[in-house]
Design a binder for this molecule. Structure first.
Ligand code: FAD
Ligand code: NDP
Length: 646
């Protein structure tokens, strides 16, 4: 009962009125009432018990079946009002004693009910949460949202309309529907300038994380095939070589079939598109394959693919339209493709120029090189701005040593057709020809044609993103989540989590805000990089070098150690620690499976772990993650940071 838990946490700050109904001889009813009664004695200003005691089981059952009209709305309420399509299913199907809920008064009418708690065990859980000390500073902070005028008796088509069926929009829609709201998701893909289109699910599944990770995996497999397999005694019989992972001997760009990889990736994506549609149907979310824009704060104008217009009305709206690649604007920029096109490219990309030097450019450069392409990266200033500099530089060195070319401190100034190729002139006057130019110079909020002026929402002119507080925009019944929200890290799990938490606040009585701090992330470059918390540079700027201990270590992952061809490959990890409190401020890891390694450390960071907590954790041997638990050399000591044996 996540909502009850959240409500219990927030209840500790305001007075909660907890209703317990049951029959007098029921042991569970007596247990629940006695625990709540004891707590209300201890915290009279924070908790009040209202007992609804029935003389017999039959009398209680009769009341439960015939008198509890409010059960239809319990659990589907919010701080700003309540409404529901069908109420909380657990509340409507509850048949045992006791039946417990939260109310805004001692009355038990529809308007006074705020949240269904459950039976005896749920009530005891609620009480535990009520007395539990807050674990982190954010759990003490409540999302104080502005009342948005939502009422159970509205006449709009939907309680909640979500604009955009990507990571955030889908998560929010399903959560809100499970809390009883009547929800529709509008999702429509505008083709990229190069004409690429895709299905339901947004950037992550169609043109982002999923195809990227699969293509990164292709590169890792190919790398293992070239660098490791011979040393592990693995050989591919020549007659099978062509069947192996699309490996083809006659491909001029190397031993790889782009067509096989692209087709298999696209087939997988189509299966996910289908799964998302089924999922929405099962969760009773209406999916509308329509392009939406605001007419006013309760009306969206819709357009289908034939150009037919319509309108949909809503009480509340969440904008979750994400972003699109920022186009290259120099003359001829339209000849470049973007991440919207690369994963479905109908021909082998050939010799590629990746413009930009952050996540997308370096990840694409990495996997394209890994599958045998001739790849150059055009770097305007530095690699991976905002990340730990030492780690970013190691990624660059690793890519260079593998054969990726870098053109430093240049931007393209002219792109022109040159036969089948594209001639690129750079800002330093040099030029070269490529089969494909991939622009990855950032992403812009997809808000230009959303009709935001019609609802009084003003975007940040530099990135077209929407400012918000607790995901609520300047127009109170219009909310925003994910990539299109100003200041939101552009990451799928962030959009998903923010969407779920907002839905719980809107329809589940929660007041818990989304915590955007200490979000782990991984850059899937050939040398993978997992990180959480401060970079060393940012920690120094904020706390001062004299207040920090920086532990570091270089290591050779065991799986690479018997492959002489990997002599230049090494892993690295680093912990940035507050000298006075021993609290870990940042963790960085370069090596295999960086995402898997970092995920659990992210939980530790969220719980405010100290460096001692990490080094007192018994490692798992032999893994690369254990290198973090054995960090002991500080930079300040000047001792060698190279790892020893076991
Ligand atoms: P989106 O997923 O972009 O969804 C928005 C949806 O709204 C789209 O379907 C769009 O068509 C639709 N839409 C837009 N306007 C309208 C309208 N007017 N009417 C109807 N529908 C509309 N993140 C990670 O965490 N890990 C990764 O490894 C990772 N890799 C990435 C790789 C690449 C190449 C890219 C581009 C991104 C990657 N990301 C990654 C980022 C991640 O994909 C995004 O953070 C995430 O998809 C954002 O979700 P969202 O719900 O905000 O928006
Ligand atoms: P970023 O905004 O992170 O980086 C943009 C890059 O393009 C920078 O290197 C920037 O250089 C460069 N650039 C900007 N403008 C120009 C220009 N006019 N000419 C040449 N270069 C330019 O964008 P990305 O597209 O790489 O990624 C967008 C977001 O997607 C990321 O922030 C990330 O959150 C998400 N993502 C996540 C992934 C993951 O989790 N693994 C993978 C891929 C994307 P400079 O430093 O000089 O400004």
């Amino acid at each position: 009962m996540a909502n009850s838990a959240a409500a219990a946490a927030s209840a500790a700050a305001t007075k909660s009125i907890i209703h317990v109904a049951g029959y007098s001889s029921c042991g569970f009813y007596r247990r629940a009432t006695s625990v709540v009664a004891s707590l209300s004695l201890l915290f009279p200003n924070k908790l009040q018990l209202v007992e609804h005691e029935f003389a017999s089981r039959d009398a209680y059952r009769d009341w439960l079946i015939h008198e509890t009209k409010f059960r239809d709305v319990v659990g589907a309420s919010s701080s700003a009002g309540s409404s529901s399509k069908q109420g909380n299913l657990r509340a409507t199907s509850h048949s045992s004693s006791p039946f417990c809920w939260l109310g805004s008064s001692a009355e038990c009418t529809v308007d006074e009910v705020t949240e269904f708690i459950g039976g005896c065990d749920d009530t005891l859980d609620w009480c535990r949460k009520f007395v539990e000390p807050a674990k982190s500073s954010t759990s003490e902070i409540l999302a104080q949202m502005i009342p948005d005028g939502h009422s159970p008796s509205h006449n709009y088509d939907y309680d909640l309309l979500i604009l955009g069926g990507g990571s955030g929009g889908l998560a929010a829609s399903k959560e809100a529907a499970s809390l009883g709201a009547k929800v529709a998701v509008l999702d429509y893909v505008k083709p990229s300038p190069a004409g690429s289109k895709w299905g339901l699910g947004g950037t992550c599944v169609n043109v982002g994380c999923i195809p990227k990770k699969l293509m990164h995996n292709a590169a890792l497999l190919s790398e293992g095939h070239k660098l490791d397999h011979p040393h592990y005694g693995i050989g591919v019989p020549p007659e099978l070589e062509e069947k192996w992972m699309g490996i083809s001997q006659d491909n001029e760009h190397g031993h790889h079939s782009w067509e096989t990889l692209k087709s298999n990736v696209q087939n997988h994506i189509r299966s996910l598109n289908f799964k998302y549609r089924v999922d929405l149907r099962e969760k009773e979310v209406t999916y509308l394959n329509l392009l939406g824009s605001f007419l006013d704060a309760h009306t969206i104008e819709t357009v289908d693919k034939k150009g037919t217009k319509g309108t949909v009305t809503f009480s509340r709206c969440i904008i979750a339209v994400g972003g699109r690649p920022t186009p290259i604007t120099c003359p001829g920029g339209e000849l470049a493709i973007s991440s919207d096109d690369i994963f479905s490219l109908d021909h082998d990309p050939g010799k590629v120029l990746c413009v930009g030097a952050s996540y997308i450019s370096l990840e694409c450069a990495g996997f394209l090189h890994g599958i045998g392409k001739d790849v150059t990266v055009a770097v305007r200033s530095i690699l991976l701005r905002g990340f730990d500099r030492e780690c970013a530089d190691m990624i660059g060195d690793h890519m260079k040593s593998m054969g990726v070319k870098f053109r430093e401190e240049v931007v393209p100034t002219l792109l022109e057709k040159s036969g089948d190729r594209i001639k690129v002139t750079f800002s330093n006057g040099e030029s070269d020809e490529y089969d494909t130019v991939l622009g990855a110079i950032g992403r812009t909020g997809d808000t230009v044609k959303l009709g935001l002026p019609n609802v009084g929402i003003v975007t940040n002119p530099s990135n077209a993103k929407i400012p918000a507080k607790y995901e609520q925009t300047s127009t109170p019944n219009i909310y925003v989540i994910g990539d299109v929200m100003e200041g939101c890290p552009e990451l799928t799990p962030v959009a998903i989590h923010a969407g779920k938490m907002l839905a719980r606040r809107l329809f589940g009585g929660s007041m818990q805000p989304m915590d955007y701090r200490n979000v782990c992330t991984t850059v899937f470059t050939p040398l993978e990089y997992g990180t959480v918390g401060y970079s060393e540079d940012d920690a120094i700027a904020e706390f001062g070098a004299e207040n920090l201990d920086v532990y570091h270590k270089y290591f050779v992952p065991l799986e690479w150690s018997i492959s002489p061809s990997r002599s230049y490959h090494q892993g690295f990890c680093k912990a940035i620690v507050d000298k006075h409190t021993n609290k870990v401020l940042g963790l960085h890891y370069l090596g295999p499976n960086a995402g898997e390694v970092m995920q659990g450390f992210g939980t530790a960071m969220k719980l405010g772990c100290t460096f001692k907590d990490i080094t007192e954790t018994v490692g798992i041997h032999p893994t690369t993650a254990e290198e973090i638990t054995t960090l002991s050399i500080t930079k300040e000591s000047g001792a060698s940071a190279a790892a020893g044996g076991c």
